[in-house]
Design a protein around this ligand. Structure first.
Ligand code: ZN
Length: 192
């Protein structure tokens, strides 16, 4: 699939599922924005979504090579992406979730010394979640082989000190310091 074909199909899917929402949002990175990509909404229709997982898994297997022991994802969207990518790469899945502002593997999951772990996530503004997931892998003396993202906003340079593959660079997204946020200045309440 060409880059353009992929973006057009992705946009169609976003429109069909209302995955990109307008409002006044507080992002996990602390920034405010007027548009929010709610990736989980794309997953309402697994069949329509599968081309994205196919493309992401292909891209990751070319970029990161074989011999991946785990695909790690966090939260609802990240866990689903990890499951779908792991299925396509014929490897295992691990899931993390946030507790007390820190990501941890959920009970029953662990990494062994030198296991190779691929990290996936839906979208990032600054790479904050991926950085924490990389830390989980390193703390277990396992090896983070890279990060695969469905989308970035293309606003910040995201340096994760390991290879990063991105499927889609979303157009027209914003991330504003709360002190400069025009929506705050207009007194518009936070949508979420
Ligand atoms: Zn604001």
């Amino acid at each position: 699939m060409t880059e353009l074909g992929l973006y057009a199909r992705f946009q169609q899917l976003c429109e069909a599922t209302s995955a990109i929402q307008e409002g006044h949002f507080q992002l996990a990175s602390g920034f405010h924005s007027s548009r929010f990509f709610r990736c989980i909404k794309l997953f309402q229709n697994p069949t329509a979504m599968s081309f994205l997982f196919d493309t992401l898994a292909d891209k990751l297997s070319i970029a990161m090579g074989a011999n991946i022991d785990y695909v790690l994802g966090a939260n609802e969207a990240g866990s689903i992406i990890a499951f779908e990518v792991a299925k396509r790469l014929h490897t295992k899945v691990a899931i993390a979730r946030q507790k007390d502002h820190r990501y941890r593997l959920i009970d029953g999951f662990s990494f062994q010394h030198q296991e190779r772990v691929l990290i996936v996530d839906d979208i990032t503004t600054t790479g904050g979640t991926a950085k924490q997931l990389i830390d989980i892998v390193r703390q277990a003396n396992a090896e983070p082989v890279g990060v695969g993202l469905i989308a970035t906003k293309g606003i910040f340079e995201v340096d994760l000190s390991c290879p990063v593959e991105v499927l889609i660079t979303l157009q027209g997204m914003d991330a504003i310091n709360p002190s400069d946020c025009p929506l705050c200045q207009q007194g518009i309440p936070i949508t979420m």
